[in-house]
Ligand binder design. Structure first.
Ligand SMILES: [Zn+2]
Length: 315
């Protein structure tokens, strides 16, 4: 009989709870928007209510194991959230203990981008590839690295912070405090900021002049480009260039077989991958090598939380 896994994705905009099995089938899910000031006690209460509902929906009495993934740095050995950039008051919080106690099932914690990389290894394009890099392109930029078939964690479990390599010295300030990080130029939040800044400077986009600043997103840039908006085209070209520089930096260091790109922005599909492929090829200069860059799993965010305990138990 297949193992039944309860998975939680505690993110900046929503909390998702899924029940899945070790074949990568999702049996049920329950979602709710994240309340930024929920506090530790109420968060656990909500997680238990959602978990019970998801298990009931899936017809599962008790999970065999549990995975929690979190949008921020975590100490996965201790089960502790180190810092919580999106939800207030969760720093230094042991999120594993109360959930493990309630369900009586071994519970594992992991950073969400690392977990998405694990999902690619178990169920996606990384299945038969021993050396690959997973990059998530959403509000921020994160990732995970597999070397010789194993997740590379680094000395402090903090490896894979792909978004915080500087690609523009003295560039815009990043959330991490440095300047000109890839995330500060090509993350979803940074793309929206660049649209607003450039619009104020030139105001030559019919497309964006009709969109309220609070509604400007990376997705809108792709939409504008499709509608022939030159301004969107320029923002997109610049973004692709930043991404290519960042990705070639990674490839030059690690020489992976494959780069997998997931996250919300990757849903742009060909409009992202075709020009990005060309830009990477160009950016290699004399260091060219064969490379593959592919989109991540369609349901990667659902699979991420259930992949964590499966991978940890097989380690
Ligand atoms: Zn940074």
């Amino acid at each position: 009989m297949a193992l039944k896994i309860l998975g939680y994705d505690v993110g900046g905009t929503k909390i998702s709870t899924v029940v899945g099995n070790d074949n990568g089938n999702i049996l049920s899910n329950v979602r709710m928007p994240t309340v930024k000031h929920l506090g530790k006690k109420r968060l656990i209460e909500e997680m238990i209510t959602m978990g019970d509902a998801a298990l009931k929906k899936a017809g599962v009495d008790k999970p065999d194991m549990i995975g929690i993934i979190f949008a921020g740095p975590v100490d996965n050995k201790k089960g502790v959230v180190i810092a919580s950039p999106n939800i207030f008051g969760l720093s230094n919080f042991n999120i594993v203990e109360p959930i493990q106690k309630y369900y009586g099932a071994k519970t594992y914690l992991e950073n969400d981008a690392t977990a998405a990389a694990i999902a690619e290894r178990l169920f996606g394009s990384g299945k038969n590839v021993d050396n690959f890099v997973y990059m998530t392109l959403s509000t921020g930029i994160g990732g995970g690295i597999f070397i010789n078939g194993k997740l590379y964690k680094g000395a402090h479990g903090m490896a894979g912070e792909l978004g915080h390599s500087v690609i523009m010295v003295n560039g815009p300030t990043c959330g991490c405090g440095r300047r000109g990080c890839l995330e500060a130029l090509a993350g979803g939040k940074a793309i929206a900021r660049r649209v607003i800044e450039n619009l104020n400077a030139v105001r030559d986009s019919n497309f964006f002049s009709r969109i309220r600043p609070t509604e400007i997103t990376a997705e809108k840039v792709f939409e504008g480009k499709k509608k022939g908006d030159m301004f969107s085209q320029l923002i997109l070209e610049e973004t692709i260039y930043y991404l290519a520089v960042g990705i070639v930096n990674i490839i030059n260091i690690l020489d992976p077989e494959l780069v997998i790109i997931g996250g919300g922005i990757s849903k742009a599909g060909k409009d992202l991958f075709d020009p990005l492929n060309d830009a990477i090829r160009e950016e290699f200069k004399s260091m060219y090598r064969p490379f593959k860059i592919v989109p991540g799993l369609e349901n990667g965010s659902d699979l991420a939380a259930i992949s964590v305990p499966l991978y940890k138990e097989s380690e």
